[in-house]
Every structure is written in structure tokens, then in C-alpha cells.
Design a protein around this ligand. Structure first.
Ligand SMILES: *[C@@H]1O[C@H](CO)[C@@H](O)[C@H](O)[C@H]1NC(C)=O
Ligand SMILES: *[C@@H]1O[C@H](CO)[C@@H](O)[C@H](O)[C@H]1NC(C)=O
Ligand SMILES: *[C@@H]1O[C@H](CO)[C@@H](O)[C@H](O)[C@H]1NC(C)=O
Length: 493
């Protein structure tokens, strides 16, 4: 879908012409409006062979949206609305498990379990079997990397630390498009022992005091195993290993990752997950020498032919931003895992600044893996009230899943959508792409919702999700401890 040609700037509002086009092919389409109809669904069903290249000191990987119907299409009889409803429930589960970790930093029990299998049972008594993660189906942008001698198409997640892929021989693996990673065929592959520093780091990530491999194994050379479990019952388990990682020809020797021999969950055709979080085991920390702790992404619109990019390294000349990059400071908290926090100081709807006491203590997470932005209730309610007042001439419609502010726009040829702007500390204003303001539940516009959700409590941490980060260049500078934003029409080229 392409919104661009329809969006016209008016004072504080984008004017959107609604061309009520129902996607040919039915069943699932993007369901939107004002779209140049391309046969975009076909692109989703094609196998991904995502490109990469090195250019003026930066390494650039192609990024694509990993559609909810990718790989499941054809198998599922559910309607698009049921699919999306399920997706939003998963998204809510992710948001709540991120809360669990973001808030409970001191406790340090994240459910990222490490240990030799024999110790696992004993340790489980002391470990909460939940985690930081979420249902991976919602982590929906993918890139392709080289690992050992093969390729792996992995989900890109800024709220995860450990990268993992499915490994042969698999006790339990989901279908994936790339051949399974086979340690036996990679001479550079090796399992990491319990007494390695990486196994310690994994243990530190869990905050567990009892040792990565159990009391008896800590100093031994038995293999360091990992177990990631997700709130909906999905999991990945295996051993911590290292091998050659190759990113557009840049080779990282001894890259530490999880070789998962038992994996379950709706991972939809991917080989696994790329952890881009802040902590020691993340890809960003492990490639500090090559990329200096800087990466950025531009997330393309979903269900379109367009692709975006994940750029590793700090060469800004490869960006295609149309506005200057504005940086806001990261809020540091070593206790709070892999998350990227910044302070949200305001939100503007149309040309109106929203007032809320909730902005005073408003550390928020910038996350590539959550879809819908979730705000603390005080802030959400203020935004909702302002949006409702500016959108008052349109009839309301029932809520949908986690979205409670919906309208019936069927029959309107032209709708003025108020712009939505986040303001981060340092007066860094980030305007949300017009495609990120509303969510079209039904393809005939009878149910169109404000694409924001409320958290349950004031004490939770707001999360800026990927639906509101489309067509932006978002730069994570971990050494400079700042996050930058600029408008960019995402494209790999
Ligand atoms: C790990 O243990 C093995 C066997 O005890 C030993 O040979 C090796 O040097 C140890 N490695 C480290 C890093 O301590
Ligand atoms: C973010 O907000 C908190 C609380 O208001 C404040 O203490 C902190 O200095 C702010 N900025 C950063 C970069 O931490
Ligand atoms: C619009 O679509 C919904 C389901 O997606 C359906 O229930 C409704 O009747 C449709 N309305 C019109 C006017 O076609």
C-alpha cells in the first residue's frame, strides 16, 4: 500500500482521500485505502532472499516486513480479522512480558535460563519460567545473515540479547525457508563450555546467582545450554555456541549464539532471531570492533513491495533521510536488560499538544518487535480525548482487540487524519508516518481504529512499537548513548 500520493499537508493535519478499494484476492489483504494496488501479497508469499551490501564503511542488510500471513497463508482458515485479533493479543502479551522485565530489573529472574540439562530441573525451582520475550510471530521484520557456511533469515529484535537459530539435529523445529543450520558441516563451529566468559554473560543476563551451569558444572568444560521461554508457551532451547557470522561480507569470527535444537512457536518460516539489545551477548555488543556499537533501521510499510534497511556502523552518508537526524539521550539503567529507553516528554495530535501528568516520569522503550505503541493510561487517555475531539465528525465504531478508539469511515470519500507527533527529551519531535496513525480493521473502512493502546497501569513502561516507526530512520548509538530519528522513505536501494 502506498499512502504517500493521497496525503496532503493541511494545517496540522494530513488530509487523506479514502479510495475505497478492496484488495483483489480477498481473504487477507492490507485492507487499505488510498492504496496503489500492487500485487503485494504475492511478494509476501515469495521466499525471502534478502540482500546485503557494504558501502562506505557501513554494512547494510535489506529488511522486510514479515507478514502475519507469511508461511501460514493457505494453512489457516481464519479470517483476516481473527488473524489480526490474534496478532494483537500476542502483541499485548509481549508488552506485558516486557513490563515484567523492565519493571522487575532488580529481581533479575527473567526466565532466560542457562544451565546444563541435568541441573535444569533443580534450578527451575528458583526460576520464574517467563521472560523478556514474547510471541515471536509479532516480531515482524526479518533480515538475512550468513552463519557458518549457510544463510539464516532471522527476526530483528531490539528487545532481545541472544541471537539464536534452529540447529540440526533438531528434536523439535518449526518449518523454515532456509536450510537448517548444521553444526556438523561447519568446521568453524564450536559449543561453548560452562566455564567460558560467554556462558557467564548469559548467566548475568538472567541475574541468576547459582551459576550458568549449575553449582557443580560452573568450572567445568561441559556445554553451556540455554533455554528461552516465552509467555505463550513458545520456546527455544539448545546450547550456546560460536561460529562465523557474515554480514554483507564482513565476517565476525567466534560470534556467540544459541544453537536451538528444540524450538516451538509461531516463528513463521524464519531460522530464528537476531538480538539487537544493549547487553553483552547482543549482536551489537559482539560487533563493537566492526561497527562501533551503532546501528539503525528504516522499517518499511507492511504488505508492500518496498523493503527497508538495517544499517550496521555509524556512516550516516548511507541514510536516505529527508529531515535532519535529531538525537535524544538514552536513559541508562544497567539493571534493565537489553532495552533501549528514552524519555517521552510530550505528544502532539494535529497541532494540539496533549496535556498529561504522565509525561513527567515517562521513560519509554523503543522496540522493533512490538507492533502497536502502548502508553500509560494517563497519557493514552489524554491522546484519545484529543483525537476524539478532532475526529468528532466521524461516527464511532466498536473497539477491536487492544484498540478501543474506532470509527466507521465507510461512505466518506475524504477523511482528515490528525497528525501524531512524539516529543522526546531535548525537544526531539518525531512525526509518525500517516500510515501509522490508524489501523484499518475492515477493508471497507467500517471499522478504523486509532493505532495506539493503553497499558493497564500507570506503573508500567510505555513502549513505542514498530507500527509507529515506519518510514523513519531510527539510529541506536550505544556508545554515544543516544537515539536519533529522521524521516525517511524506506527502501533498500
Ligand atoms: C575450562 O575447563 C577446562 C577443563 O577443566 C579447562 O581445560 C579450561 O582451561 C577451562 N577454561 C577456562 C576459560 O577456564
Ligand atoms: C529522563 O527522565 C528522568 C526522570 O524525569 C530524569 O531523571 C533523567 O535525567 C531524564 N533523562 C535522561 C537522559 O536520563
Ligand atoms: C464491512 O465489512 C464488515 C466486515 O469486515 C461487514 O460486517 C460489514 O457489513 C461491511 N459493511 C459494508 C457497508 O459493506
Amino acid at each position: 500500500m502506498a499512502w504517500g500520493p493521497c496525503a496532503v499537508n493541511a494545517t496540522g493535519a494530513a488530509v487523506l482521500l479514502l479510495l475505497l478499494v478492496v484488495l483483489a484476492g480477498g481473504g487477507g489483504g492490507g485492507g487499505v485505502h488510498c492504496l496503489e494496488v500492487t500485487r503485494s501479497r504475492r511478494a509476501l508469499q515469495r521466499r525471502y532472499h534478502l540482500r546485503s551490501r557494504a558501502e562506505s564503511g557501513a554494512t547494510i542488510l535489506e529488511l522486510r516486513h514479515h507478514g502475519y500471513d507469511y508461511y501460514s497463508s493457505g494453512k489457516s482458515r481464519r479470517s483476516r480479522e481473527e488473524e489480526v485479533g490474534g496478532l494483537f493479543s500476542s502483541d499485548a502479551a509481549r508488552v506485558s512480558s516486557l513490563q515484567w522485565r523492565a519493571g522487575g530489573g532488580g529481581g533479575g529472574e527473567h526466565g532466560l535460563k542457562v544451565g546444563s540439562w541435568t541441573e535444569d530441573e533443580a534450578l527451575s525451582q528458583r526460576r520464574v519460567p517467563i521472560t523478556s520475550g514474547a510471541r515471536l510471530r509479532t516480531l515482524n521484520y526479518v533480515a538475512t545473515v550468513g552463519l557458518g557456511g549457510g544463510e539464516a533469515t532471522v527476526i530483528v529484535d531490539t528487545a532481545s540479547e541472544l541471537t539464536w537459530v534452529q540447529c540440526a539435529p533438531c528434536a523439535s523445529c518449526h518449518d523454515q525457508q532456509d536450510p537448517l543450520f548444521d553444526p556438523a558441516s561447519s568446521p568453524s563451529y564450536a559449543v561453548l563450555p560452562c566455564n567460558s566468559s560467554s556462558c557467564d554473560a548469559l548467566q548475568m543476563a538472567t541475574g541468576s546467582a547459582s551459576g550458568a551451569c549449575g553449582v557443580g558444572d560452573r568450572t567445568s568444560s561441559s556445554s553451556c545450554s540455554y533455554s528461552l521461554s516465552y509467555r505463550d508457551g513458545s520456546y527455544s532451547q539448545g546450547v550456546l555456541a560460536h561460529d562465523k557470522l557474515s554480514l554483507a561480507g564482513e565476517v565476525i569470527d567466534g560470534f556467540v549464539f544459541g544453537c536451538g535444537t528444540s524450538n516451538q512457536g509461531p516463528f513463521g518460516g524464519t531460522s530464528g532471531l537476531m538480538g539487537l539489545g544493549r547487553s553483552q551477548l547482543s549482536l551489537i555488543s559482539q560487533t563493537m570492533d566492526q561497527f562501533g556499537g551503532v546501528f539503525s533501521y528504516c522499517l518499511p510499510l507492511k504488505e508492500s513491495e518496498s523493503s527497508g534497511s538495517l544499517v550496521l556502523g555509524d556512516d550516516t552518508s548511507v541514510y536516505r533521510n529527508s529531515t535532519p537526524v535529531m538525537y535524544t539521550s538514552m536513559v541508562s539503567d544497567p539493571l534493565q536488560g537489553p532495552f533501549y529507553f528514552v524519555n517521552l516528554t510530550g505528544i502532539t495530535v494535529g497541532s494540539q499538544e496533549v496535556e498529561s501528568s504522565g509525561f513527567s516520569a515517562s521513560k519509554v522503550i523503543i522496540d522493533s518487535g512490538t507492533i502497536i505503541t502502548s502508553l500509560v493510561p494517563s497519557v493514552y487517555n489524554a491522546v484519545k480525548a484529543e483525537f476524539l475531539s478532532q475526529f468528532a465528525k466521524y461516527p464511532q465504531a466498536p473497539g477491536f482487540s487492544i484498540l478501543d478508539t474506532c470509527f466507521n469511515l465507510a461512505g466518506f470519500r475524504e477523511v482528515q487524519i490528525p497528525s501524531l507527533k512524539f516529543v522526546f527529551e531535548g525537544n526531539v519531535e518525531v512525526e509518525v508516518d500517516s500510515s501509522g496513525v490508524l489501523y484499518f480493521v475492515s477493508s471497507n473502512s467500517s471499522q478504523v481504529c486509532l493505532a495506539l493502546a493503553s497499558l493497564k497501569s500507570e506503573y508500567e513502561t510505555s513502549i513505542i512499537g514498530n507500527y509507529q516507526q515506519k518510514n523513519l530512520r531510527v539510529i541506536f548509538d550505544t556508545l554515544g548513548s543516544q537515539i536519533g530519528f529522521a524521516q525517511e522513505t524506506c527502501d533498500y536501494i
